[in-house]
Design a protein around this ligand. Structure first.
Ligand code: FAD
Ligand code: HEM
Length: 409
């Protein structure tokens, strides 16, 4: 345990470090990849370039430092990160490497202000924080390995079926190449897919939510193709999966992970609220509820640009969604840019963005007693969470997943 003096130094320096947070973590990554270039195989370079990973790391380190004498209070946040680490195969021996480069970046950015006393305190604090992560991650890795059908690291899967779900989303059905059993998972969890893409120097790791329910003889992921624009390059992994990976090919998968999961033991009403490809973890939840808890009230709200880009319409039909409030299942489809044929087919309920008033109306029955699961672009999640807070939904009933490094909403 840290001495009270050390804790006092840590807490008094957090605000100073926060001011330089981004500079420190940016310098940290430069140093890390220079001293350990093999780690470039682990990180998502797009997240690095956009700065989201730097922000996420800085926020996590400072939050942990503020809670250094009561780390149990931030365990839920630690677990979210630990799931990501475990699915990527982060190992305990990599923690000292990260610690050394972080300390060195702090020292460099703070210059003379970084006294030996301050650096010593941070060294001790990092080792406590790292110890907490390593403890949680070792437990998760053991559990993942020893569950029926479980494994460690990456396992080979064959693409047994590749199916377009919309103009830009394609599903991949994946079965283990070794023919062995398949670990179950909680609806909402994801796998990391590790790819060696021809022409790329480093391995590419990306997370994809499992989009079907557990208990099937396959895992299914559904991937949106990130097309480029004048200012944005096309997505590396999604383009590869859409264009190069075919039925019969092999993909490497981590064991399912993630803390954004449906509470299957509860019977509260559930509202599933997604935009675009954010529907993937929620379709897994919807299918699970319909299979296991058919009487549980569920509202499925989905926003897509138009009918062509609206994925998994068939799934909703299979689940018996033909009209609102049928069999305890209510659905609301919102198109932001509907085509004329979408209008003539009556393919959607609302045109334009979901507003606070509209959301209030759709969720009136479920109300503040429901559990809300939200996934979509950051701006969508920020809006929806804001509206739901205004409607009095308590924080513990709001569950959301980021398709990238977590942010504070
Ligand atoms: C928990 C979790 C679950 C996920 N589930 C799914 C899922 O079910 N389905 C799904 O499709 N995706 C999912 N994702 C997202 C997925 O992991 C990938 O991030 C996504 O497929 C894009 O990867 P990519 O390699 O194609 O794009 P990248 O090459 O990583 O690029 C991503 C985006 O950033 C832009 N970009 C790249 N470089 C820069 C730059 N220098 N500056 C600015 N912009 C840049 C690209 O144009 C692109 O739009 C999930 C992510 C997480 C964390
Ligand atoms: C105490 C030390 C650490 C902290 C506080 C920390 C924190 C974080 C946070 C906050 C994220 C983003 C999670 C999310 O929101 O999805 C993350 C992701 C990640 N971490 Fe760590 N981490 C630590 C140690 C490590 C170590 C030792 C490694 C291995 C070298 C590592 C590798 C990664 C990778 C590869 C990702 C995914 C990033 C991406 O691809 O965008 N981390 N970490």
């Amino acid at each position: 345990m840290l001495k009270p003096e050390t804790i006092a130094i840590i807490k008094s320096t957090v605000p100073v470090l926060e001011v330089h947070g981004k500079a420190i973590t940016t310098r940290f990554y430069e140093k890390l990849f220079k001293s350990h270039p093999e780690l470039l195989n682990l990180f998502n370079h797009g997240n690095q370039k956009q700065g989201r990973q730097q922000t996420a790391l800085a926020n996590a380190v400072y939050a942990a430092a503020v809670h250094i004498d009561r780390l149990h209070e931030i365990m839920p946040a630690v677990k979210v990160i630990a799931h990501k680490h475990v699915s990527l195969g982060v190992t305990p021996d990599q923690y000292p490497i990260v610690g050394e480069n972080l300390l060195s970046a702090i020292s460099e950015v703070l210059g003379d202000a970084a006294t030996p006393e301050i650096l010593g305190a941070w060294e001790e604090a990092y080792s406590v924080i790292a110890g907490a992560f390593i403890g949680v991650e070792t437990e998760m890795t053991d559990e993942a390995l020893h569950q029926p059908g479980g494994w460690a690291g990456f396992r080979k899967f064959t693409v047994s079926r590749k199916m377009a779900e919309s103009g830009n989303i394609t599903s991949f059905y994946l079965v283990p190449e070794d023919g062995g059993p398949l670990a179950s998972f909680e609806p909402g969890q994801y796998v990391t897919v590790q790819m060696k893409i021809p022409g790329r120097e480093h391995l590419v790791n990306r997370q994809y939510s499992l989009s079907d329910r557990p208990g099937q003889p396959y895992y299914r992921i559904s991937v949106k193709k990130e097309t480029g624009t004048d200012t944005r390059e096309p997505g590396v992994a999604s383009a590869y999966l859409h264009e190069a990976v075919q039925e019969g090919d092999t993909l490497l998968l981590s064991v399912p992970a993630g803390a954004f999961t449906l509470d299957r033991s509860a019977d509260t009403p559930v509202v599933l609220l997604s935009a675009g490809v954010g529907l993937t973890p929620l379709t897994s939840m919807l299918r699970t509820i319909r299979a296991e808890q058919p009487a549980r009230p569920v509202t499925f709200i989905h926003t897509a640009a138009c009918g062509k880009l609206h994925a998994m319409k068939d799934m909703l039909q299979e689940e018996g969604v033909t009209a609102a409030a049928e069999n305890g299942l209510r659905t609301h489809i919102c198109y932001t840019q509907p085509a004329d044929e979408d209008r003539s087919e009556g393919a959607f309920h609302t045109e334009g963005r979901l507003t606070a008033e509209k959301l209030k109306e759709i969720t009136a029955e479920a109300g503040a007693k429901a559990d809300y699961y939200i996934c979509g672009p950051v701006s969508f999640m920020r809006d929806m969470i804001g509206y739901l807070r205004e409607l009095g939904v308590p924080a513990e009933s709001l569950h959301y997943e980021f398709f990238g490094p977590s942010l504070n909403l």
